[in-house]
Design a binder for this molecule. Structure first.
Ligand code: NDP
Length: 471
């Protein structure tokens, strides 16, 4: 019998999505460019009978019910273009391609136009939640040809996670590459928040806590923050090596990255958004990579390990408040970028719905997303989450603690770039006057005649700096 959907690409994500689809009763055609991964899938114990393997592209496409739906789940970048180029000649007008990799949203817009020329519809969807999410229920962010949405809505929503309110974590995001853009900025928040968590762990270590005590502390905070990333931090802190010693103590201090964070910073900067918390997360990972260089510098400067002291319970309370404030500032920064993209690209993004989609299945799911959804529902024109009452309350309460934590770390030589960025983001935004910006305005006017504005008069001004110099 004809399959309802075809999955092209059976790496960790494609394979998990195939099993998820079959679990939900969808007859699924499975294809991978090398047969090895297809055979691996077919050897999965208790493989549902609804999965049919294919070993050439022609048969794979021919095995699909019309109009055909093909999901591509391969390495992002040129492999996606190569796969589309191979599949498109085999497809007919009215068929649908869904591409679910971590694609650049501009590539998605370009591919959509090319595929549409053949009458085939195109959806670029963000998929979050990693391999386990893909298997048990990811958060899905589809965008592209809206006319394709009614045809795939039921299927995509059925395999998606449910948020705590029981709604599917999959809704239509917007046109062009909107789905992939939103996924990218989900990852951007993830970068910032993970760096904050890493810094908090280091602070706890510098206070002398064991890994188990650190995990217990995370669990305590997580009782009300309900953040998946805090939950899995407690899990990794508790993990032991084969000999029973803490795994963390054996792990090299090098954090990997595939470049998505850097791309996300660039896409935010293109929109005029500072995203300094996300950027701090990206930079921190980059600084970790060249370990030989770091060790040479460490030896040249010969500085001791950072140590923090003071009453432990007070520290934990302050750190908890600082963590909450830094989380709020990181999520707010991500949502501001989405809001700006929606305006500049005319996407009509539904921000409360995006918060609700992220409420389950994805890596950044957390209690704070309920407050974000509520804030944008209460005031759809809300300019920034920093002005939402729940945020004013949380950040107002947490910032004094964040300030104390950052100061103590700076004095101890313990780097906290993400917490520091969150704090300077807040201090810049709430400052009565940015003297530094006024100085820069004058410097730019002096060397480049870029003009400046005044607080006491409207208009733009340029000073004759030569005349000053001549005096
Ligand atoms: P990979 O990103 O490692 O991609 C592997 C798959 O791509 C394999 O099936 C591979 O086939 C195929 N592939 C690579 N090059 C080509 C090509 N030129 N033509 C055809 N197929 C090709 O696997 P993942 O499953 O981890 O990820 C798939 C996509 O999902 C990526 O874009 C990734 O960024 C994204 N993603 C991944 C997440 C994760 O947690 N892993 C989470 C969310 C999204 P073969 O091995 O036979 O060459």
């Amino acid at each position: 019998a004809a399959c309802q959907i075809g999955m092209y690409g059976l790496g960790p994500m494609g394979r998990s999505l195939v099993l998820n689809l079959a679990d939900h009763g969808y007859a699924t055609a499975a294809y991978n460019i090398t047969a090895d991964l297809t055979w691996q899938l077919m050897k999965v114990p208790e493989l549902p009978g609804l999965v049919t393997p294919f070993f050439n592209e022609h048969d794979f496409i021919a095995g699909l019910k019309q109009p055909r739906t093909v999901m591509i789940m391969v390495k992002s970048g040129s492999p996606v273009d190569q796969v589309i180029a191979r599949l498109l000649p085999l497809m007919d007008p009215g068929d649908i391609i869904i591409e679910g990799g971590n694609s650049d949203f501009r590539d998605t817009a370009r591919r959509l136009r090319a595929v549409n020329e053949k009458g085939v519809m195109y959806i670029g969807t963000g998929v979050s939640g990693g391999e386990e999410g893909a298997r048990r229920g990811p958060s899905l962010m589809p965008g592209g040809n809206r006319e394709a949405w009614p045809l795939v809505k039921e299927l995509l929503q059925s395999i998606a996670a449910r948020n705590p309110q029981g709604q599917p974590c999959c809704e239509w995001i917007g046109p062009e590459g909107a789905g992939h853009f939103v996924k990218t900025h989900h990852n951007g928040i993830e970068y910032g928040v993970m760096q904050v968590i890493g810094e908090v762990c280091w602070v706890l270590r510098a206070l002398g806590l064991s890994n188990g005590e650190m995990a217990d502390t995370m669990d305590g905070w997580n009782r009300h923050m309900k953040a998946f990333l805090l939950e899995i931090t407690a899990q990794v802190l508790r993990a032991n090596d084969d000999d029973g010693s803490p795994l963390l103590d054996h792990v090299l201090d090098v954090a990997g990255a595939k470049g998505t964070g850097a791309g996300t910073v660039v896409s935010a900067l293109d929109l005029g958004q500072a995203v300094n918390i996300l950027a701090a997360g990206v930079a921190a990972r980059l600084m970790s990579t060249n370990r030989p260089r770091r060790l040479a510098i460490r030896d040249a400067y010969n500085v001791p390990e950072p140590v923090l002291s003071g009453p432990l319970e007070e520290w934990k309370e302050k750190l908890g408040l600082a963590l909450e404030a830094a989380f709020a500032l990181a999520y707010a920064q991500g949502f501001t970028t989405l809001e700006e993209a929606s305006i500049q690209y005319n996407w009509g993004l539904n921000l409360p719905q995006i918060a609700s989609i992220w409420g389950g299945g994805c890596i950044i799911r957390a209690q704070i997303l309920n407050e974000i959804a509520a804030a944008f529902t209460a005031d759809p024109k809300l300019d920034t989450l920093l002005l939402a009452p729940a945020f004013v309350e949380c950040i107002g309460r947490g910032v004094p603690a964040l300030r104390e934590v950052v100061s103590a770390c700076v004095m101890a030589g313990l780097p906290v770039p993400a917490m520091n960025s969150a704090l300077s983001n807040f201090d810049s935004m709430r400052s009565p006057g940015l003297i530094s910006a006024s100085v820069i305005a004058l410097l730019r006017d002096l060397f480049g005649a870029h003009t400046f504005q005044r607080v006491d008069r409207p208009g733009t001004f340029h000073r004759d700096w030569q005349r000053d110099a001549a005096r």
